[in-house]
Write a new protein. Structure first.
Length: 276
């Protein structure tokens, strides 16, 4: 049978173990009525089991060769194959504005970018499941205090409950990747508003984790300088010394929970108002 050749530039590693593909498909059953969008179906290892769910299904495939294969071998998908780059797609009207489940054997080279995009459409995506590198999966589901806890951990867990479901060995892929993979599931939590300035929240999370070995005091001092400059204030390195001397500023970002970052964001915004 004709086989699609995996393309390194697209981060393709085709799953060859159909029992694992079936298990991944079953992860969407927590949302049994919603339509499904699969990213990167390749030769349809996961797709065949999603089709058995008898739900509205669309797949996004950027690879022309894979798209041709899917059209030939999965006639039920005709009209439901979107030949596009997921990262550039407008998702708002994909299913007529209805919420949907996101799933896939995610391309290794864009997996983090996929979840940043998911966050932009969090009100349309109440559930996301799928497979990605084990290291990234651990990062997304990590708790505070762990080395794997980082920017995406905080931003994702602010809006989703995250689950690390199971580990997948290298041997069940063509070609075998150099690292293990893992299957995860994210479900929207009850948060509708963070209770802080979301744009500032993101900047604080990114600024502190980009210097994760430094104490909050150091990374926030640099962020305050940027914010003051953007506000037209003359940069004064001592302007925020009192704020930065508060207890807790000796912590590092991996020690803070999502709620801690929310509280920190509100404190930083109050300090900025006072400075202005």
């Amino acid at each position: 049978m004709y086989q699609v050749q995996p393309k390194k530039k697209l981060g393709q590693h085709f799953l060859t173990d159909m029992s694992i593909a079936s298990d991944i498909a079953d992860t969407i059953d927590v949302e049994p009525t919603l339509p499904v969008l699969e990213i990167g179906p390749g030769m349809g290892a996961l797709t065949q089991f999603l089709l058995k769910k008898k739900r509205e299904l669309r797949v996004v495939e950027i690879d022309d060769e894979s798209s041709r294969y899917l059209k030939e071998h999965f006639p039920l998908l005709r009209g439901s194959i979107i030949e596009d780059d997921f990262l550039k797609m407008e998702l708002g009207n994909l299913f007529g504005g209805k919420p949907f489940v996101l799933t896939g054997n995610y391309p290794y080279n864009i997996s983090s970018q996929i979840f940043f995009k998911m966050l932009d459409y969090r009100d349309l995506i109440p559930c996301c499941t799928g497979m990605l590198q084990k290291e990234v999966a651990e990062r997304l589901t990590s708790a505070p205090g762990k080395k794997s806890y980082g920017i995406l951990s905080v931003l994702l867990q602010a809006w989703y409950d995250t689950e690390y479901l199971f580990t997948v060995p290298e041997s069940v892929f063509n070609p075998p990747p150099k690292v293990k993979s893992a299957v995860v599931r994210f479900r929207r939590n009850e948060t509708t508003d963070l209770g802080c300035n979301e744009k500032l929240f993101k900047r604080i999370v990114k600024a502190t984790f980009n210097q994760r070995r430094k104490m909050l005091r150091s990374s926030l001092r640099q962020l305050f300088a940027q914010l003051d400059n953007e506000s037209g204030l003359v940069v004064d390195k001592k302007r925020h010394d009192s704020f930065l001397s508060y207890g807790g500023m000796e912590k590092r970002p991996e020690q803070l929970s999502v709620q801690d970052f929310i509280c920190l964001t509100n404190a930083v915004e109050a300090e900025r108002r006072q400075a202005c």
